[in-house]
Design a protein around this ligand. Structure first.
Ligand SMILES: [Zn+2]
Length: 301
C-alpha cells in the first residue's frame, strides 16, 4: 500500500489518469443522486406532513401502500431504467460517456432521446476532478478536495433542477471540512476554518436580509449560506472575498446572457448555488494566485 502511494506520488500523470477514470464512474453515480435525492426528500416531507397533520390518514395510506405499491426508492433501488419504456439499463449501456455516444443519445430499445446532460455531468466530473489532481498532486489533500468537488457538482445540479441545496449534502460536507482542518494535510488550520465557516454563512445571511428589507425579495436561500460556509471551512476566511466577488461576476454574466438569449423574465428566480460552487472551485484551484495577482495589481504598499 505504501509502495503504491509512493509510486503514485512520483508519477503524477498516472494519478491524474486514475482520478479521471474513477471520476467518470462517480459522475454516473452523481447523475443518479441528482435525480433521486430530491424525490426521496419529497417523499419524506409528504410522510412527515401526513404523520403530523393527518396521523389517521397516514396510517391508512401506509397500510394500503404496503400492500399495493413497492415503496422502496433510494439511491440503489430500483435499478436505473429508461423513463419511457422502463427497460432496465444494461451494464454495457451504462459505461460513462461512451455508451451515450455509441447509442447516439437514444434508448437501445425504444430509441427515446436520452438527455445529453448525463454524459455532460460525467465528463464534467472527470475534468474537474482531474484538474484538482493535476494542481495538488497525489496525497490526502487532493483526495479530500476531489471528494468535495463531487459534492459541489451534485449540489449545483440539484439546485438547478429544484432550487434546493439539501442539508443532507451541505451539512456533512461542512462537518468534514471542519474536521479535516484538524489534520496536517488541510489547507488551513482549525481557527481559520472555523472563522471561515462562520464568516461564510454570516456574510450571505447579511446580504440576504439586507436585500430582503430593501426590496422585499429573496435573492438566495439558506442553502447558499451553508455552501459558502463549506468553502470558508475548506479554504479559510481569507478566500471568501474572492469567492463572493467571483460568484457575483459569474452570476451577472450568466444571468445577463440568459436574459438576452431566452428573454427570461427578471422575476424568474435563478439558483445562486452553482455560481458559488463555480467561484469556490476556481478559488480552490487558483485562489492564492488570483489573490496575489490582485494585490500586485493594487501595487506595493
Ligand atoms: Zn426506452
Amino acid at each position: 500500500m505504501a509502495e503504491v502511494a509512493s509510486y503514485l506520488g512520483q508519477h503524477n500523470g498516472l494519478f491524474i489518469s486514475l482520478v479521471v477514470l474513477v471520476s467518470l464512474l462517480i459522475g454516473s453515480f452523481l447523475n443518479v443522486l441528482v435525480y433521486r435525492l430530491p424525490k426521496m426528500m419529497e417523499r419524506e416531507w409528504q410522510q412527515e406532513y401526513q404523520a403530523y397533520f393527518q396521523p389517521d390518514a397516514s396510517a391508512a395510506a401506509s397500510a394500503t401502500a404496503n400492500t399495493t405499491t413497492p415503496e422502496r426508492f433510494n439511491l440503489a433501488v430500483p435499478r436505473s431504467a429508461c423513463p419511457k419504456c422502463n427497460t432496465p439499463i444494461a451494464a454495457r449501456d451504462n459505461i460513462p460517456v461512451i455508451s451515450w455516444l455509441l447509442l447516439k443519445g437514444r434508448c437501445r430499445h425504444c430509441k427515446t432521446p436520452i438527455s445529453s446532460r448525463y454524459p455532460a455531468v460525467e465528463a464534467l466530473t472527470a475534468v474537474m476532478s482531474g484538474l484538482v489532481a493535476w494542481q495538488y498532486g497525489f496525497g490526502m489533500l487532493a483526495l479530500v478536495l476531489i471528494f468535495f468537488t463531487w459534492g459541489l457538482i451534485a449540489l449545483s445540479f440539484i439546485d438547478i433542477d429544484t432550487m434546493l441545496l439539501p442539508d443532507s449534502l451541505t451539512l456533512p460536507l461542512l462537518w468534514l471540512a471542519l474536521v479535516f482542518s484538524l489534520t496536517d494535510s488541510a489547507l488551513v488550520n482549525s481557527s481559520q476554518a472555523i472563522i471561515g465557516a462562520a464568516a461564510g454563512y454570516l456574510s450571505l445571511w447579511l446580504v440576504y436580509w439586507g436585500f430582503k428589507l430593501l426590496t422585499g425579495k429573496e435573492g438566495m436561500g439558506y442553502g447558499d449560506f451553508k455552501l459558502l460556509a463549506i468553502f470558508g471551512a475548506l479554504l479559510g476566511w481569507q478566500q471568501l472575498p474572492l469567492i463572493i466577488l467571483l460568484s457575483s461576476v459569474v452570476g451577472a454574466v450568466i444571468g445577463a446572457s440568459m436574459l438576452a438569449i431566452q428573454g427570461r423574465d427578471k422575476a424568474t428566480p435563478i439558483p445562486f448555488g452553482p455560481y458559488i460552487a463555480a467561484a469556490g472551485f476556481i478559488a480552490l484551484l487558483w485562489g492564492e494566485q488570483l489573490t496575489n495577482a490582485y494585490l500586485n495589481y493594487l501595487g506595493p504598499y
